[in-house]
Design a protein around this ligand. Structure first.
Ligand code: ATP
Ligand code: MG
Length: 553
């Protein structure tokens, strides 16, 4: 890092054509993180060179997501479209140097003339137009004299280059389409490969960090820089994309999920977008921790989503207060507890964090436990509730099942128990041991809540394995990549409407996170939760398959 007088200046260059996903988080952590580490700066630059897909909704969402992750671009918010005038001038300079020409071949012909990996390309018949003619035609392209696709501006490099990207790549195309920032000012737009290195140069970027699929574009990056820039030159560095198991990380595909209604929006809690993770209840700290742990590699690979969840659990374990919530309630009646009586019991908020203190919960004659915590005919090693057996109710008493009440169809409607008054904390038999401890909520205290149980959108480890498509497509190129839709998990959302939860959850702020004892981590929904209508998303279960796998090793 001795070049540029030791200066480090990076940029994060999203295209505002969708919301940021977990792969972008890695790039953000790398770009902003590298700048932080070396006392440098990182710009946010919107790569808005293709007006057909882009929108200010995405610009705002991207800014919000970067801030949420905890990074700041200070006053360095830029748009490639801010440079359209300069980029146009750069193109004119290339023409004047005899290094660019206007080409009338159709997009199909251009592709045909390009050749293949084993065959050299063929020169365009328009390649040797005079500089004057090129200047005139390029200006007329800018002035809107030609329809879409009639002409392009191409760099004049080498049609026999073994690198296809160097075979006279297109640098400007005609697109009669308004731009979300420049309106109708332009009807020609620069290609990414041209706009990107020059935008880097304009911003005095030192390290232009991008993903591996751009490695083959580096000679082109350098070609534009060498032909147009004097002084400090930005350098491109590539690193591996982040791929996650059970996850699609292509904006185009995520966009399809949204547009076709497979999810409720870009922020659907099942989406691998930062907005989706935020709504699901992920913390920015856990995502940053994950990005740091996976590090920077030069070879593509797929990271196990269990690691992301492990980082999340570690963070939530330290932060999330514990409460009790019964998701599938069955009623328990404590027959030797007086009717109408209630008492306050003390419950610790987080055993991992004594500073989190205690709260009071209400005990009463009627209460709820999880239906699956009772079995009439249990197998041998069943330590939950069953006829004649005892369990402890967390923070409360030991109870014993005396009788089961069923309706006409044989469904259990009530479980009658007795309690041992000496077994509460501080009581004479507080230390009495039983094998099982259950969570519960008393009828005196319970409020109703909706709980949304989320599972992976895709159960496949690599849902986009067959179809990953890299780099910008030509405008007319068709995509055949809907394959992944057939792999959607049909059971990725289960809604429970009649859950019984502790009353303090009524006043939970949207976005606040809890551990529901024995059930997992949950988050008050950012959009739908209110005291009148409490709604909680399951963020993640408690079982940590990553930590377990590591213990085994
Ligand atoms: P997608 O393929 O999802 O559309 P993209 O690369 O086209 O992604 P951009 O908005 O251009 O999306 O990306 C901004 C930056 O984020 C780029 O520098 C890109 O290299 C980086 N990036 C995108 N996806 C990933 C990923 N999966 N892992 C790491 N970095 C990524
Ligand atoms: Mg891109």
């Amino acid at each position: 890092m001795n070049k540029y007088g030791g200066r480090v200046h990076t940029r994060f260059p999203p295209e505002p054509n969708g919301y940021l996903h977990i792969g972008h988080a890695k790039s953000i952590c790398l770009n902003f993180g590298t700048a932080e580490e070396f006392g440098g700066l990182c710009n946010l630059r919107f790569d808005d060179t293709n007006p057909s897909q882009e929108d200010t909704e995405f610009v705002e969402a991207i800014k919000e997501d970067i801030r949420w992750l905890g990074f700041s671009w200070g006053d360095r918010l830029y748009y490639a479209s801010d440079y359209f005038d300069q980029l146009y001038e750069f193109a004119v300079q290339l023409i004047k140097k005899g290094k660019a020409y206007v080409c009338d071949l159709t997009p199909e012909q251009i592709r045909e003339y390009r050749g293949t990996l084993t065959q050299p390309g063929k020169e365009s018949p328009y390649r040797n137009r005079s500089i004057e003619e090129n200047l005139d035609l390029f200006e007329r392209m800018k002035n809107g004299e030609f329809p879409n696709g009639a002409k392009v501006l191409r760099a004049k490099i080498d049609m026999a280059s073994p690198n296809l990207n160097m075979r006279d790549p297109v640098i400007y195309r005609i697109m009669h389409e308004p731009h979300h920032r420049t309106g109708n000012k332009w009807c020609i737009y620069p290609m990414y490969d041209f706009a990107h290195p020059l935008s880097d140069a304009i911003e005095n970027i030192t390290h232009s960090i991008c993903t591996l699929e751009f490695e083959d574009h580096r000679p082109l990056y350098d070609w534009f820089i060498d032909n147009l820039i004097t002084g400090d030159k930005p350098k491109q560095y590539e690193f591996a994309r982040l791929n996650l198991t059970k996850t699609v990380t292509s904006k185009r595909k995520l966009r399809k999920l949204v547009e076709k209604g497979y999810v409720s929006g870009w922020d659907d809690p099942r989406m691998p977008t930062l907005a989706g993770y935020r709504r699901r209840g992920y913390t920015p700290e856990s995502i940053r921790d994950f990005c740091n742990r996976i590090g920077v590699a030069k070879a593509n690979s797929t990271v196990d989503i269990a690691l992301l969840e492990h980082c999340l659990r570690e963070d939530l374990n330290a932060k999330a207060p514990r409460v009790m919530a019964v998701l599938d309630p069955v009623k328990v009646v404590i027959t030797n507890y007086p009717e109408g009586q209630t008492e306050k019991l003390e419950a610790e908020n987080n055993p991992e964090n004594p500073a989190a203190g205690h709260r009071q919960i209400l005990f009463s004659r009627n209460l709820f436990i999880e239906r699956e915590d009772f079995m009439e005919d249990p197998p041998k090693n069943y330590f939950r509730l069953s006829p004649g057996k005892e369990v402890r109710l967390k923070h409360a008493y030991i109870i014993k099942c005396e009788q089961v009440i069923k309706d006409e169809e044989g469904k259990i409607v009530e479980i009658h128990c007795t309690y041992d008054p000496d077994t509460k904390s501080g009581g004479p038999a507080a230390g009495r041991k039983v094998k099982g401890t259950l969570h519960w909520v008393s009828e005196a205290e319970a409020i109703n809540a909706e709980v949304r149980l989320y599972d992976y959108l895709f159960l496949d480890d690599e849902p986009e394995a067959s179809t990953y498509c890299e780099v910008e497509l030509e405008p007319d190129q068709e995509e055949d990549e809907d394959d992944f839709l057939s792999k959607l998990n049909p059971n990725s959302l289960k809604i429970l409407k009649n859950c019984k939860v502790e009353s303090i959850l009524r006043d939970a702020l949207p976005g606040s996170k809890f551990q529901f004892l024995r059930q997992g981590y949950f988050c008050a929904d950012l959009k739908d939760h209110s005291p009148q209508n409490p709604v909680f998303n399951r963020i993640v279960g408690l079982k940590d398959s990553w930590a377990k796998a590591k213990q085994k090793k």
